[in-house]
Design a protein around this ligand. Structure first.
Ligand SMILES: [Zn+2]
Ligand SMILES: [Zn+2]
Length: 359
């Protein structure tokens, strides 16, 4: 198999050859066909999240074809088409039992690691390592899909779409007619926007510093756009909402503290802010301690409160019904060897999402 390895932060990934170990009894080997290039991978590549060990094969969004199943695996067969879910779920811990398998206690899968030619094991980002041609994963990481479903779109359902739409529908439970503001129109932010449209929010106000992203935001359902490099987003959001601010705000940038604080400031009394963006470790927030005075609240969001085995099928159903935009999210496709170009396009804000194609 081939994989794209991060050896050093802020250095290009290198494509290398590996050997996969034998498929263990509880493992499934998936031949990857598409992998989404997500900001989370880029965070690791930039050194924002030093808690993830390197060197590592990056990539955590993926879709492909089952190549081999271990002897204890049931219900999944060779040749099945699948989406990978990077968050493991045991089914019996407190969070799983309470309906929040996205917060399951299980750590990332650390078995079936690929080996280099000299026999050393190589890490895989969150146990996935989807910037590769094959990966070994446990059954709880697999959601089977119909064989006519396109791989690139499937890969995006596995993380960016689930996180953005889930933040609105699952985490915040936005009600029809609520006013919503979304900070950041990247892969996740655009999905917050279409989640808000699915929830019949009105208005849906998109904030970004790039006009090309704001144009995309309109395509995904934003009713108003604010370029925060040209005007104060908080004042403008209040103005659009008729004065009091919005019912819900979503921070989907995850780079610096300022937009997180603005996403709290722009809500009305009892307004709810959802932190969707995952900032670099130790990013401080400077805010007035009285900011929540009027019963405002802030909720964290992890993987859009995903119940993957239910929600992926709902998202696929919405796409099939023409209500969820997935084709429009796939801005560009690169071969595995083009991964560094895909990171460049992400850094420059040129794309909604790039996908690596291993077909
Ligand atoms: Zn669990
Ligand atoms: Zn992701």
């Amino acid at each position: 198999m081939k994989g794209a390895v991060l050896y050093e932060v802020n250095k290009p990934l290198r494509i290398e050859e590996f050997e996969l170990p034998q498929t263990g009894a509880d493992m499934i080997r998936v031949g990857l066909r598409a992998a989404g290039v997500c900001h989370s991978d880029f965070h690791v590549a930039k050194g924002d999240w030093p808690q993830h060990p390197i060197p590592t094969i990056l990539g955590h969004e993926g879709a492909g074809v089952v190549e081999e199943v271990g002897s204890q695996v049931s219900g999944i067969n060779e040749g099945d088409h699948v989406i990978l879910s990077w968050k493991r779920q045991c089914g019996h811990c407190e969070m799983c039992q309470n309906g929040f398998p996205n917060l399951c206690d299980l750590p990332p899968y650390e078995f079936g690691l690929p080996r280099t030619k000299s026999g050393e094991t190589m890490n895989k980002f969150v146990g996935m390592g989807t910037f590769s041609t094959s990966t070994l994963v446990p059954q709880d990481a697999i959601i089977r899909i119909d064989k006519d479903f396109p791989f690139a779109q499937a890969a995006l359902v596995g993380c960016g779409v689930m996180t953005g739409v889930g933040a609105v529908i699952n985490t915040a439970k936005v009600e029809p007619g609520s006013s919503v503001a979304i900070f950041g129109c990247g892969g996740v932010g655009l999905n917050c926007i279409q989640g808000a449209a699915l929830a019949s929010a009105e208005p849906i106000i998109a904030v970004d510093i790039r006009d090309n992203k704001l144009k995309m935001a309109r395509q995904f359902g934003a009713t108003h756009t604010v370029n925060s490099s040209q005007e104060d987003p908080v004042e403008r959001i209040q103005e659009i909402s008729g004065g009091p601010g919005v019912h819900y705000a979503f921070e989907a940038i995850g780079l610096t503290g300022e937009p997180f604080v603005q996403s709290i400031e722009c809500t009305r009394k009892r307004g709810v802010t959802v932190f969707v963006g995952h900032a670099p470790v130790n990013t401080p927030l400077a805010m007035d301690a009285r900011m929540l005075l009027h019963e405002k609240s802030i909720i964290g969001c992890y993987y859009g409160s995903a119940r993957t085995h239910v929600d992926f099928y709902r998202l696929i159903g919405l796409y099939r019904a023409g209500k969820l935009k997935l084709d429009e999210l796939v801005s560009r496709s690169y071969p595995l060897e083009g991964v560094n170009d895909a990171f460049d396009a992400l850094a420059k804000g040129e794309v909604a999402r790039s996908v690596l194609s291993m077909e």
